[in-house]
Ligand binder design. Structure first.
Ligand SMILES: [Zn+2]
Ligand SMILES: [Zn+2]
Length: 77
């Protein structure tokens, strides 16, 4: 049994809405893809929810530039 992120593996679509304008927010991808020595997102390493069993995605609103980091529970396939 393997644990995978439902969004990274296209098992699930984003159904979060922007709290400000109600648009469906867009998945900007896993933060793992942003991490690197010169990444502005490197500080995510210290966040408590970057842990085993979660995949953290950057989501953003196409309307108002609201963005959020969402920790998704991995699912077993
Ligand atoms: Zn993911
Ligand atoms: Zn918005």
């Amino acid at each position: 049994m393997e644990k995978v992120c439902p969004l990274c593996n296209a098992l699930e679509a984003v159904d979060e809405r922007c709290p400000y304008c109600g648009q469906i927010i867009i998945d900007g991808g896993s933060l793992n893809n942003y991490l690197g020595p010169y990444s502005p997102y490197a500080e995510i390493e210290s966040l408590p929810f970057k842990s085993e069993g979660y995949c953290v995605h950057l989501m953003y609103c196409p309307e108002c530039d609201y963005d959020a980091r969402v920790a998704l529970a991995l699912v077993s396939i």
